[in-house]
Design a protein around this ligand. Structure first.
Ligand code: K7E
Ligand code: CUA
Length: 669
């Protein structure tokens, strides 16, 4: 999000004003509670043992992950590790998972995730996957919604700041990514002052409908603006994609002033069906480009990383009719397409209106050649020819818009800290609700699709201030839940969020609840190092490499005593959780490991690499309190000096064997 210093100052002033207001309200609880619907407590109360109505997926922002909440309760259900190492689940620490974080820059343990996007069928979320972007080292991840795990990550080359990403086409054929920062393409050592000559943007179209096979179908080479956000057309505008851009000034320094000169920047309207035809007709050039494609195999539970070497680059000059610019005031941020596919709403964060373009008018303007000029082969349509209307006096700092499917749009106003509800077609403001404080994105379940479920709106606020008990200088981010089922929005609930959530998505729980995988099949586990029974466990040496295969089951590891390891060895603990029951996890940690624990889902194999530095005896133990005898779930590794003649030994205890055949403890169903 790009906001000038003045607007930040304004936002802080408003937040401060809000804080003052709130300070008064704490002594006048009636005023505060009147902001909240009278039956709010009942509306959000999900009784113990009951389930929420919606799954909501909030981006984790600079945590790099996705957080799963239940709505309307606002309860955090899970954090799905995506781009950042996560010791809780050994993501990026266990050997099997490390390739998922490989890039052309090497192993990257972090990213900044902004926009979760559900896969769709016919323009409606279908509950198969959710995608999310890595903003810093541009990547797109696929999360499988049956396991709630990250199964695929593709890197975007010729791109820097993969922000307008990973918005989905109505059939999930493509997810897209546009570069926020223009850079030399291919990247090169050039003076930054040569920006206007050397820097370019790209729009990437990534095929997404085949799991494990994401691929950059093509990139479009664009003028060196900053590309910010995108959304696909739908219905009549299906086959088009819309991207906002700012910095049409092509400034390379002090952007807060220098990129805020032009009255209007642009939405790039891309006819990607036309682009596909040009690609098929060989109108692209092959650009050498290195980028990683990482896939988690669902049977081996092991990721592979493949380095790709080129992309097809399409220059709009070689494909007339593929790209147009729609002038849009003023440094637009969000671009959102209404459920009918007719209206393209921009969030001109410095604009005094919310501009709305008409797809019908855009097509007519193209047919009439209502062009004001051309930029690098891209016709610029005239604003008047494409504008459907403007929402007047909406508030300050419009960013993002979602829809309720009943003819209304809801726009987040960052500077004036509010949600503004307005009517599509008449452009009149019909309601406004304050947010605490400085709202960024907002989300209505299905609110960017053809058929929003409506009912709730979640505001994701940038500044938390006084909403919770203070926790030092750093505060959690703040979300707020509104009931939008009536004419007036009603604030129901505050709930804190991890990282800084940008966008979010939600769908009815009934769509995916019963598809959740409860454990992985041990018989189907084809990990190279799987150990399916105690008898298969053991230790092998090959040079300085030692592999230890072991099982975890309530309540022991087997083998549990290991000898013959030497200083200078690289030891791999391959642990298989041989439980076949829901939610029976085991963990594995060893003294002094420069690594996280392992955590093992039932039926899964995970590997920890360990390089013991000194002779001694090192205990290991299970980290997840799995049974009454969890504290007994432990063992030892004896480490001898390099060159020692202590024999390799891995025992399987008699006690363990007898427990194997004992009846299982009661388990959750
Ligand atoms: Cu508005 Cu990254 Cu979508 Cu944040 S972005 S708010
Ligand atoms: Cu296994 Cu605790």
């Amino acid at each position: 999000m790009k906001i000038s210093r003045q607007t930040i100052a304004g936002a802080v002033a408003i937040a401060a004003a809000g804080a003052l207001l709130f300070a008064c309200q704490t002594t006048q609880p009636k005023t505060q509670s009147s902001l909240v619907g009278g039956d709010a407590a009942q509306r959000v109360y999900v009784a113990p043992g009951s389930y929420d109505e919606f799954y909501a997926f909030l981006s984790g922002g600079f945590s790099g992950q996705i957080a799963v909440y239940g709505l309307p309760s606002g309860r955090l259900i899970k954090v799905i590790p995506v781009f950042s190492q996560n010791p809780e689940s050994a993501w990026g620490y266990a050997e099997e998972t490390k390739p998922m974080l490989m890039t052309s820059y090497g192993f990257i343990p972090w990213d900044d995730s902004h926009h979760p996007e559900l896969s769709m069928t016919d323009g409606v979320p279908d509950g198969r996957w959710i995608f999310i972007n890595g903003n810093n080292t541009p990547r797109i991840a696929r999360i499988d919604l049956t396991t709630m795990t990250t199964t695929e990550i593709i890197q975007l080359p010729n791109s820097a700041g993969g922000h307008a990403s990973p918005f989905t086409t109505p059939d999930s054929k493509y997810v897209v990514s546009a570069t926020r920062f223009s850079v030399p393409i291919p990247n090169a050592d050039v003076p930054i002052a040569s920006y206007k000559d050397n820097f370019r943007g790209t729009l990437s179209f990534v095929t997404a409908d085949q799991p494990g096979k994401m691929d950059i179908a093509f990139q479009i080479l664009m003028p060196g603006f900053d590309y910010d956000l995108g959304h696909a057309g739908k219905g009549p505008s299906d086959g088009w994609f819309f991207f906002t851009s700012y910095n049409s000034e092509q400034a390379n320094t002090k952007l807060e002033v220098n990129a805020s000169q032009n009255d209007k920047d642009f939405i790039a309207a891309v006819n990607y069906k036309q682009a596909e035809q040009c690609v098929a007709a060989g109108k692209t050039r092959t650009f050498p480009s290195r980028y990683a494609h990482n896939v988690m195999d669902e049977n081996t539970h092991t990721a592979t990383s493949t380095m790709m070497t080129s992309v097809k680059m399409l220059d709009p000059r070689d494909c007339p009719g593929a790209v147009y610019y729609l002038p849009t005031p003023k440094s637009p941020h969000g671009v959102d397409v209404d459920p009918t596919g007719e209206y393209i709403v921009a969030g001109g964060k410095l604009a005094t209106v919310i501009p709305v373009h008409s797809f019908t008018k855009m097509q007519k303007a193209i047919a009439d050649k209502a062009f004001e000029k051309e930029i690098a082969g891209i016709p610029v349509l005239t604003y008047e020819a494409v504008m459907a209307g403007e929402v007047q006096k909406p508030g300050l700092g419009p960013l993002h818009t979602e829809f309720d499917g009943k003819g209304y749009a809801y726009t987040s106003m960052f500077i004036s800290s509010e949600v503004v509800k307005w009517k599509l077609g008449t452009w009149e403001v019909v309601d406004r609700a304050p947010t605490y404080y400085s709202i960024g994105h907002l989300m209505i379940p299905g609110g960017d699709s053809k058929k929003p479920w409506g009912k709730y709106l979640v505001a994701m606020n940038k500044i938390t201030k006084d909403r919770y008990l203070p926790t030092g200088p750093e505060l959690f981010q703040s979300a707020q839940l509104y009931d939008i089922s009536g004419d007036k929005m009603k604030l129901l609930l505050d709930f804190p969020t991890i990282g800084e959530p940008h966008y979010a998505q939600a769908l009815p729980a009934s769509m995916i609840k019963d598809k959740q995988v409860k454990f992985y099949s041990l018989a189907g586990n084809t990990n190279k190092w799987v150990t399916r029974s105690e008898a298969e466990g053991g230790i092998t040496r090959s040079g300085k490499r030692v592999d230890i295969k072991m099982i975890a089951i309530r309540s022991h590891f087997a083998p549990d005593n290991i000898e013959g390891v030497q200083v200078g060895d690289t030891v791999y603990f391959h642990v298989t959780n041989i439980e076949q029951d829901w939610d029976i996890m085991h963990g594995f940690a060893v003294l002094g490991a420069e690594n996280s624990e392992l955590i093992l889902a039932p039926g899964e194999t995970r590997t920890m690499r360990w390089m013991p530095a000194a002779p001694g005896v090192y205990p290991f133990y299970c980290t997840d309190f799995c049974s009454a005898l969890h504290q007994e779930m432990q063992g030892y590794v004896r480490v001898s000096p390099a060159g020692s003649n202590v024999a390799l030994m891995a025992n399987i205890s008699k006690k363990a064997e007898s427990q194997m055949s004992a009846p299982k403890a009661p388990t959750k169903k």
